[in-house]
Ligand binder design. Sequence first.
Ligand SMILES: [Zn+2]
Length: 184
Amino acid sequence: MAIVDDMRKKIEELEANIAVYEDISSNLPSDINYIVQSLLNHQLNDLRFRLERFTFLKSEKQCSQCQNWIKEHEEPVLLNYQYNKMKPLHMTLCTNCMSAMDKVMVTNEAESKWGLRPGTIKQDRHLGKLREFEDMGLIVNSGRYIKVHELVMRAYYEPKQLEKEAKKDRKTKKTKNEKEAPQE
Ligand SMILES: [Zn+2]
């Protein structure tokens, strides 16, 4: 990673400068010596701190939704979900994306947007199919409405719909074959 290499190089340079400085500093008045020394050390610590944080952030926490680096004090929400045998969904989500208002909608809005029968989400919730999402705060009770995050739709309902379509396709193929069979 170019930026990390660059930071490492800067740290090495600064360490070398400090060593050179220590050699010549004995001739300087002690108060000046002290100031320069602490400035250099401060710079070095700052660089080390940034490098540490940077490499940590780079390797661990990036929001899969907005691609932003997640701040140190923030705990990302991890969504690891697999609908039956469909492709699993793994996401790391920052606080912003979790609470983004345009991603949260009342259930009937979500149902019409995703072409589901009204009441589907409520029903699935009662059947306990959405418990994982409830635990993560992606489905919440808000007064007399239930609000659902767009991610629930992407993680649960979209693969469910794909699965349904695939089943339907197989079925039409099968009935077609059955109809064609007697002609042979
Ligand atoms: Zn985000």
